[in-house]
Design a protein around this ligand. Structure first.
Ligand SMILES: O=C(O)CCC(=O)C(=O)O
Ligand SMILES: [Fe+2]
Length: 346
């Protein structure tokens, strides 16, 4: 999806952005813990970059990572990617989350890169199975109401509510940070984090595999897929990727965690940052800019208009030709499907 001759420059842009993002969050945390500045002062100080969010009464957050990646932004609304997402989700799409995911290479003494915490070192075949928001069972905040962003109740309905897109800026394979996945798991009613599902979240699962792809590729999965970042990267090179979570307009993306000021959820854009996005990307990120009215987009309006016209036509028949209506639906049959294990008694 990203032409080969642009991959190096975009990878470097993401690495530079990562340094800026880390520094910004670090300063933000220090300012919050020192209680030096109140919310209004935080917004105007030049010590940290923060932006107001759309939801009135919720505190400001760091800007969306995309503001530091103008070259990557040129590719994010790639027409093939958006066509897949529109087909699977709906016509009005929103990018709800966007963040870097860099996996450092193992150190010369064999210890894994800094992605893995110290306690997990030494276990060569470990995993960190999870499903992604809105199917992330721990919901980022566990039982903390200020930080819990919500998770769909188990068993998950068989509906694709979010597509996770992983854009690789390095080649990936079994040696170099390929994402782990269990094919078919998006249809399985169990979950690796499910309290009653009997799955070991840190152990291999029969049939698991790693994505193999060349730099510039995008891996797209349903957010219900059981997957994991590679916890070991012995390749000698770091793995660079961008992760985004795309949703249909109807999914509630950011309402529930006023205290989640450091999380990746709906990181906002200023008006100027929004206007500077490529025009094909703007519709996917408009909800992140509180200065823009986020009305429903044209294809969704067109559907409503067609339904409205069809309804009006039906009522016009009622006025003009009521006798013809008695058998107008005679050919419509509604099958009744019974839940598994139920039986119809005639
Ligand atoms: O690092 C990867 O390949 C997967 C990332 C991931 O699962 C996530 O960010 O939720
Ligand atoms: Fe994930």
């Amino acid at each position: 999806m990203i032409p080969v001759n642009q991959v190096d420059a975009i990878r470097q842009e993401i690495l530079d952005a990562q340094s800026t993002i880390t520094r910004n969050i670090q300063t933000f945390k220090e300012l919050v813990s020192s209680e030096e500045l109140n919310e209004q002062e935080l917004l105007v100080t030049n010590k940290v970059e923060l932006r107001p969010v759309r939801r009135v009464g919720h505190p400001p957050k760091p800007p969306n990572d995309i503001v530091w990646m103008p070259q990557y932004a040129q590719h994010l609304a790639n027409p093939v990617v958006t066509a897949v997402a529109r087909r699977v989700l709906d016509d009005h799409l929103r990018i709800a989350q966007l963040h870097t995911r860099i996996i450092a290479t193992s150190k010369p003494d064999g210890t894994p890169g800094d992605f893995v915490s110290a306690e997990n070192r030494g276990c060569a075949d470990s995993r960190e199975w999870h499903t992604d928001w809105p199917h992330d069972l721990s919901a980022y905040g566990s039982d903390n109401p200020g930080e819990n962003v919500g998770c769909i109740r188990q068993p998950f309905p068989d509906v694709t509510m979010c597509l996770v897109m992983i854009w690789y800026l390095t080649d990936v394979d079994e040696d170099l940070g390929g994402t782990w996945v269990v094919p078919g798991s998006h249809k399985d009613k169990r979950n690796p984090r499910g309290p009653s599902d009997g799955i070991m979240v840190t152990a291999p699962i029969l049939g698991d595999m790693q994505v193999t792809a060349s730099a510039g590729s995008v891996y797209i999965q349903d957010s219900r897929s059981w997957h994991a970042s590679a916890m070991h990267n012995p390749s000698g090179r770091e793995r660079v990727a961008m992760v985004n979570r795309w949703c249909p307009w109807w999914l509630s993306v950011d309402d529930y965690a006023p205290g989640g000021i450091y999380n990746m959820v709906c990181r906002p854009l200023s008006h100027l940052e929004y206007l500077a996005l490529p025009t094909d990307l703007q519709p996917l990120m408009r909800h992140l800019c509180p200065d823009e009215q986020d009305t429903l987009q044209q294809p969704v309006l067109d559907r409503a208009k067609a339904a409205h016209l069809r309804t009006r036509w039906g009522f016009r028949q009622l006025e003009k030709n009521p006798d013809s209506l008695a058998r107008a639906n005679a050919y419509i049959r509604v099958p009744i499907s019974l839940p598994e294990g139920w039986m119809r008694i005639e």
